[in-house]
Design a protein around this ligand. Structure first.
Ligand code: SF4
Length: 248
């Protein structure tokens, strides 16, 4: 991006193709804000539901970033045999945690992880943890006390709310609004060669993408007027083969 683009509205500025998907969300929201068309809900796939994005979208623009979030990666949650962080009572006011054995933490330190994200390091008393009957459910350390690592309060709460929502029966029904966008992108790729830049230079490529979007809209309006039915889900060659085998 050159300095010539700095004064342009954000939606007109070309973006390099190497920008990771999740990093583009704030740019999209800023562009929508400039045009005063911010949505209250933004449906996204799992690649865009990083905790910091969920929080930033809410705080900065009042947008509910709605999509599947990552499950708790801890061994306690994965094996469902140990105490994951939800088994601990957290008191954000007094900065203390209470474990399932009723033992209160002795240390609560605010830190940054290696990615620079705010987190909290919580420790429990060495002597109690060492002889705890629940030790194997808590830690795999040989002698060290249990050590709970959490995101900071706003990040922790926004992720927990997203995980709880994901488990609710209404989540799938609302998320179904996103259905169709993948086929729109597939149509852009297959019919309009969206993945191939016809020109050199970011500004020209950005222009190609805008013209492609306009063309797709016209194609769809034309199909709608003509009463063309919605296409069936594409069946891959491998799936066709499987169907053929099972029918034989
Ligand atoms: S190991 Fe420590 S933190 Fe874990 S349940 Fe036992 S006393 Fe509580």
């Amino acid at each position: 991006m050159t300095s010539n683009h700095a004064s342009s509205p954000m939606w007109q500025r070309p973006l390099v193709a190497t920008t990771p998907d999740d990093q583009i969300v704030p740019t999209i929201h800023a562009a929508l804000a400039e045009k005063q068309v911010l949505p209250s809900i933004h449906f996204v796939d799992a690649g865009y539901t990083d905790t910091t994005l969920l929080l930033h979208s809410q705080q900065q623009y009042g947008i509910d970033l709605y999509g599947p979030v990552a499950a708790d990666p801890s061994w306690q949650a994965r094996q469902q045999t140990g105490y994951d962080h939800t088994a601990f009572q957290l008191d954000w006011e007094t900065k203390t945690a209470t474990c399932p054995q009723g033992i209160q933490s002795t240390q609560w330190h605010q830190k940054h992880d290696i990615g620079g994200i705010d987190c909290i390091d919580i420790r429990f008393p060495v002597a109690v943890c060492r002889h705890s009957p629940s030790r194997t459910q808590c830690t795999k350390a040989i002698t060290a006390p249990h050590h709970l690592k959490l995101r900071s309060q706003p990040l922790y709460l926004v992720m927990q709310a997203a995980r709880d929502r994901q488990a609710s029966p209404t989540f799938k029904a609302l998320y179904a609004h996103r259905a169709g966008i993948e086929s729109t992108m597939a149509q852009g790729i297959r019919r309009s060669y969206l993945q191939h830049a016809r020109y050199r230079g970011l500004a020209r490529v950005a222009f190609q993408q805008i013209v492609t979007a306009v063309a797709l809209n016209l194609i769809r309006i034309s199909a709608w007027w003509a009463g063309v039915p919605i296409g069936l889900t594409r069946v891959s060659a491998l799936q066709s083969l499987r169907v053929g085998i099972s029918l034989a």
